[in-house]
Design a binder for this molecule. Structure first.
Ligand code: GLV
Ligand code: MN
Ligand code: MN
Length: 391
């Protein structure tokens, strides 16, 4: 816990509670410096890749490496564990292995991916998507944050050239196997440590309703074209459509211009939808979109729908999971409702995820928690797995 305490004051959000740490913002850059110093202290050689991810190599970089790590950014007002737990556990697993005199027989690295949450630029797992070619680099560079700063501009300010971003076959070829440790984000784990079996199919859609801005007092109700009405109906449709284990969430809704006495001229609504597979996810989104179209027509508003990101169901490598479970003496395996960089890498290299029990099941909120004993068990499990894989 000392490493988590070390960064406990970095990026606290007094307004929302919890932490707001976003890709390439001042706070995340400070955390990256902290990571760099911590890794160097352990004798690791820190090298950023051209997509803004940080790699800390134990020994010389090379092919077929055993790689572990996670992310340091958060959602707006997020918890202390989602991301940082995997990074500090990786560093502490290195401590454990070094203390016992272990020398990796294979190349070995700890990686920190940039902008995993998409909390600033909207697309989750941006660093791993760029690395694997899962997003067009020109599109990534043009993504904007709420202040209108583009990812390309933020990357440049952080010392990266957006023109050099994009699929990095050289970096990808170094990864032999990837293991990410993460706090569990629901109540699915009743023992300290488990393994992830899969990740739900997941996408984000933006609905822009355009009506007519006007005066809240002077405009008769029957004369209005108020985009807030279809936006509200979309929120309700999301709940209605998410049946049978599917999830659909509106966590962000932005009226323009956003005044108490102003009928909005437009409203942007972001939908996060997830389900067991592609067909079911698409079905849920189609139901919601049909209702959004009806609601827009009823209010005389226009509607534009944009798919901002999408990823199909991920199944983690069964042989790797079996090997890790075996060396840990058998641990339960559970599906993940949350997305992860490991899910992006899984399409390219054998990938596994270790989960640490979350006693409340709360995540993406300040109350996210894991007991110190469970975190310690996670570090030991990660070290044990890495020792086996890199030994
Ligand atoms: C990331 O944590 C996500 O699943 O949204
Ligand atoms: Mn995470
Ligand atoms: Mn998260």
């Amino acid at each position: 816990m000392t490493d988590l305490v070390d960064i406990a004051d970095v990026g606290r959000d007094p307004r929302r509670g919890g932490y707001s740490r976003h890709g390439f913002d001042r706070v995340e850059l400070e955390l990256r410096e902290w990571f760099t110093e911590q890794a160097r202290r352990r004798g690791l050689d820190v090298r950023p890749d051209r997509n803004g991810n940080l790699w800390a190599w134990w020994g010389a970089p090379g092919p077929d490496a055993v790689v572990t790590g996670s992310h340091l950014d958060s959602v707006p007002g997020g918890g202390a564990f989602d991301g940082p737990l995997g990074v500090v556990s990786a560093l502490q697993a290195v401590d454990l292995l070094q203390a016992k005199g272990f020398r990796p027989a294979k190349p070995f690295a700890v990686v920190v991916f940039v902008e995993e949450e998409g909390g600033r630029f909207g697309v989750a797992c941006l660093g791993s998507r760029l690395l694997t070619g899962a997003i067009d680099p020109a599109r990534a560079a043009a993504l904007t944050d709420p202040d209108g700063v583009t990812f390309g501009e933020a990357a440049r300010a952080a010392g990266f050239d957006p023109a050099r971003m994009g699929r990095d076959d050289e970096a990808l070829a170094t990864i032999g196997r990837f293991v990410e440790l993460h706090v569990e984000q629901g109540r699915g784990l009743t023992v300290p440590v488990g393994l992830a079996a899969s990740i739900l199919a997941h996408g984000r859609w933006r609905y822009t309703f355009t009506g007519e801005g006007n005066h809240a007092g002077a405009t008769l109700v029957e004369d209005r074209r108020d985009p807030m009405l279809p936006a509200s109906r979309l929120v309700l449709a999301a709940r209605r459509a998410a049946t049978g284990g599917a999830r659909a969430t509106v966590g962000r809704l932005v009226p323009n211009p956003g005044g108490t006495n102003v009928i909005a001229s437009s409203v942007d609504v972001w939908l996060d939808a997830r389900a067991e597979d592609d067909a079911r996810t698409r079905e849920v989104v189609a139901l919601i979109t049909e209702e959004a179209e009806r609601a827009a027509a009823d209010e005389g508003c226009a509607l534009r729908v944009t798919e901002e990101s999408y990823g199909d169901t991920v199944w983690f490598d069964q042989a790797l999971a079996a090997e890790v479970s075996d060396v840990l003496g058998g641990v339960p395996s559970l599906p993940s409702g949350a997305g992860h960089d490991a899910g992006i890498l899984a399409a390219h290299v054998p990938t596994a995820m270790l989960f640490v029990r979350n006693p409340t099941g709360i995540s993406h909120a300040p109350e996210e928690f894991a007991e110190a004993e469970d975190c310690a068990a996670g570090v030991v499990a990660l070290a044990t797995a890495l020792e086996r894989l890199a030994g």
